[in-house]
Design a protein around this ligand. Structure first.
Ligand code: DC
Length: 231
C-alpha cells in the first residue's frame, strides 16, 4: 500500500542541500514540494521594493498593514519543469535568491506576524498531505505531526563551497561568513528558532553526493510507509 499520503518535513541550515533532496523526492513520489524559505524571501523582496527596510530595520507597522497585499504563489515553469515563486503575480524566482534579499531575510523572518501569516499559508498548502516542505521550523512548528521529519546539517565550509560553485563566485570566505551569520540568527531568534525536532532523523551530508543523499531520503520515506502500514 504505497499510496498512503504523508507529510514530509525537511529542516536544516541554509545552503545544506535540503531543497535539492526535497524537490527530487517530491518529483519521484508525485508529491507537492514547497520551499518555505522562498516565501520568507518573497516577503523580504516586497519590503525592499517598497522601502519598508531602512538602515537594517524593518518598518513593522507599515509591513503589518501591507501583509494583506502580499500574495505568494508557486507555479511550475512548463519549459523547465521547475517550480517558480510568484509575488503578486510576478515571477520573482531569480530575484529572491539575490544577495540583496539574502542579507535582509533574517530580519524579516524573525517578525512574529510575518511568521504567523506564512505558517497559516503553509498549513493550508499541506492540508491534504502528500507534501514535502523544507525550511527551518517545518517539523517543529508548521507540521509537528509530520510522519517523516529530517534534520539536515553540513559543515559551514562545505556549504560555502557548494554555494560558491552555484554562484560562480570565488569569494568563499565572504559566503562562509554570511552562512555562519545566518546560522546564528536562525538558531537564536525568539520565535521558532531552527532546532531538531525530537522525532527528526538527522543527516549530515557533508561527505555525500547528491545521488547518495537522494537515495538516503527515499529509503527513509519507504521505511516510514512500512512502519505506518504495520500500525
Ligand atoms: O532556506 P532559505 O535560505 O531560502 O531561507 C531563507 C531565510 O528564511 C532564512 O534566513 C531562514 C528563513 N526561514 C525561516 O525562518 N523559516 C522557514 N521555514 C524557512 C526559512
Amino acid at each position: 500500500m504505497n499510496n498512503r499520503l504523508i507529510t514530509i518535513a525537511i529542516d536544516g541550515f541554509s545552503s545544506c542541500g535540503k531543497s535539492t533532496m526535497a524537490k527530487e523526492l517530491a518529483r519521484r513520489i508525485g508529491y507537492i514540494y514547497i520551499d518555505s524559505g522562498a516565501m520568507y524571501r518573497a516577503v523580504t523582496l516586497y519590503c525592499l521594493d517598497n522601502n519598508l527596510i531602512e538602515n537594517g530595520e524593518v518598518h513593522r507597522n507599515a509591513l503589518a498593514a501591507a501583509m494583506d497585499n502580499i500574495a505568494i504563489t508557486f507555479m511550475t515553469n512548463p519549459s523547465t519543469g521547475r517550480q517558480e515563486t510568484y509575488l503578486n503575480g510576478v515571477c520573482v524566482e531569480q530575484e529572491i535568491r539575490s544577495m540583496r534579499v539574502s542579507q535582509s531575510v533574517s530580519l524579516v523572518s524573525q517578525i512574529d506576524f510575518v511568521r504567523e501569516a506564512l505558517v497559516a499559508q503553509q498549513r493550508a498548502l499541506g492540508q491534504a498531505k502528500g507534501i514535502v516542505m523544507d525550511g527551518r521550523d517545518i517539523g517543529t512548528a508548521v507540521f509537528p505531526d509530520a510522519e517523516l521529519k529530517i534534520y539536515v546539517t553540513a559543515s559551514a565550509r562545505v556549504r560555502a563551497e557548494r554555494r560558491a560553485a552555484e554562484m560562480n563566485d570565488a569569494d568563499i570566505y565572504a559566503i562562509e561568513r554570511n552562512i555562519i551569520m545566518r546560522d546564528e540568527m536562525d538558531m537564536t531568534r525568539q520565535i521558532s528558532p531552527l532546532r531538531k525536532a525530537d522525532d527528526a532523523i538527522e543527516l549530515d551530508n557533508s561527505h555525500m553526493t547528491i545521488d547518495e543523499q537522494n537515495a538516503w531520503l527515499e529509503a527513509r520515506y519507504n521505511e516510514t510507509l512500512e512502519r505506518l502500514n504495520k500500525q
